[in-house]
Design a protein. Structure first.
Length: 486
């Protein structure tokens, strides 16, 4: 890829100025600035589309080689737009400006951001942005407009969820926010008071809409009310932790209050497990918190570390830890709720409704298998249940759970019928032997039949009765598509 030094002088200066216009200020303590700067050079650079074309053709390996080669060249070429010398003082600390000692840190950020550009370029949400060569910018602590629902719950924090955003200069409605995380130890949310209640209110409405749409309006409102009641309690306990700082044994009191609030949170999550995922989504993306798409994050980028390259995934798929209540962050502050970022946690823990259904089906299959195993240990190898299990094992996986369940139920019913048949025969035999000969008060038809003197049933009689019972169960089994048990 040719550098700016290969271009005619005036053309080079024009291109460099255009590049500077779409680069945000680089703060030496934040890698999002470097990430945005590198994206703009390789994706939004109209002077050279080589890297963009490689990415669009899915040749990421070759794209990585070319980007690394270009960044390496920029470090030693004073004329290159990415060179440290071409970064103005305004891109660094306002107090100190650019210092010679900042060059190594600057270059390290560029190296790490290579992995980030490649990770972002694989996201479907950014495909059209790459095709159009759209630029990015750091959002910082901009002030986005909050939604009415979030504000009425008491939320006031307008900080965007995205650390940078890819945008279209010609279309103000287009943007894809990117939330950047360092890895384990980062947080998706650290909410106090109104922020906490705002998150719960947004997630509660989405929860009843997605998972309780079959219920009446009154029932859905009751669930929302219950969730918000717990949110109010968590917020109130957080305020009590603030005032506990003025009392004797304040640390002990704060810890005790934290334990109480954690119990409230855990109980709610246990009762409505899907709510946890939606609360995490609000914390990650900010969806519903802001008015429109402004301030939201559609992609989460985990930065490169010593052992792993950067990775990116849609915000709605981002795993998180269970909400935890924490002690106040400092003097005069209330307690807060934290949702920790868990980049290494299996996605199945925090998943879509489809994943949740698959997990439930798998659990059902495992339970049915366990029941079959118990039953098979108590029956011979040629028992109908064993044969049925072999047949079911050949079915498609998605049909095995229900088939195993039906087979287990049918087998248990046959066993129960056999036991009841034997018990009935035994009772009848005992009654016939013990039946008095003298007259008795008027009896029902069933009692009369039982009291009619007959000879004691022989083993052959008992076998015949069991065969008749099995034949009746076979008829019921065939209706379910199961083989005969007789």
């Amino acid at each position: 890829m040719g550098s700016a030094a290969d271009l005619p002088f005036f053309s080079r200066m024009k291109s460099f100025k255009e590049f500077i216009l779409i680069c945000e200020k680089l703060n030496k303590t934040h890698d999002e600035d470097s990430q945005s700067k590198l994206w703009n050079y390789f994706i939004a650079n109209s002077e050279n589309k080589k890297i963009r074309d490689l990415i669009l053709s899915n040749d990421f390996e070759e794209a990585e080689k070319e980007i690394k080669k270009e960044v390496q060249k920029a470090k030693t070429d004073p004329e290159h737009p990415l060179n440290f010398k071409n970064a103005g003082d305004e891109e660094f600390s306002k107090k100190e400006g650019r210092q010679d000692g900042d060059e190594e840190t600057y270059n390290d950020f560029l190296d790490d951001s290579i992995s980030g550009v490649l990770a972002l370029s694989k996201q479907k949400k950014l495909r059209s942005a790459i095709e159009k060569g759209l630029p990015s910018r750091v959002t910082g602590s901009g002030q986005e407009e909050l939604s009415k629902r979030f504000k009425t719950a008491g939320g006031t924090d307008k900080t965007p969820k995205g650390d940078l955003e890819v945008y279209d200069p010609d279309n103000p409605k287009y943007r894809v926010g990117v939330s950047m995380k360092k890895g384990a130890g980062a947080q998706l949310a650290s909410a106090e008071g109104g922020e906490l209640k705002g998150m719960y209110k947004i997630a509660a409405r989405d929860y009843v809409r997605r998972f309780h749409s079959d219920k009446s309006k009154e029932e859905r409102r009751a669930i929302e009310k219950e969730i918000m009641s717990d949110a109010e309690r968590l917020s109130a306990i957080g305020r009590l932790q603030k005032t506990a700082g003025e009392a004797p044994n304040s640390d002990k009191q704060k810890q005790s209050l934290k334990n109480v609030s954690q119990g409230i949170s855990d109980k709610l999550i246990d009762k409505y497990p899907q709510f946890e995922r939606l609360l995490s989504q609000v914390a990650t993306s900010g969806k519903g918190k802001f008015r429109g798409a402004g301030g939201t994050a559609g992609v989460v980028l985990t930065g490169k570390n010593k052992s792993k390259e950067a990775s990116a995934k849609p915000a709605e798929q981002q795993p998180s830890a269970k909400p935890r209540l924490a002690l106040p962050k400092g003097s005069g502050r209330p307690g807060n709720l934290k949702i920790d970022y868990r980049p290494q946690e299996p996605i199945s823990r925090q998943s879509t409704f489809s994943d949740f259904s698959k997990k439930a089906s798998t659990t059902q299959t495992q339970n049915a298998n366990a029941n079959i195993n118990v039953q098979s240990q108590q029956t011979p190898a040629n028992d109908p249940l064993t044969k049925e299990r072999e047949r079911i094992s050949k079915l498609p996986a998605h049909r095995q759970a229900q088939a195993l369940r039906n087979a287990t139920i049918a087998h248990m019913r046959v066993q129960q019928a056999n036991r009841q048949s034997q018990q009935l025969i035994q009772r009848q035999s005992q009654q016939r032997v013990q039946q008095p000969t003298q007259s008795k008060p008027r009896q029902t038809t069933q009692q009369s039949q039982l009291s009619t003197p007959q000879k004691v049933a022989t083993p052959e009689d008992q076998r015949e009765r069991r065969r008749e019972m099995r034949q009746r169960m076979d008829t019921a089994g065939k209706e379910r598509g199961l083989p005969a048990y007789g």
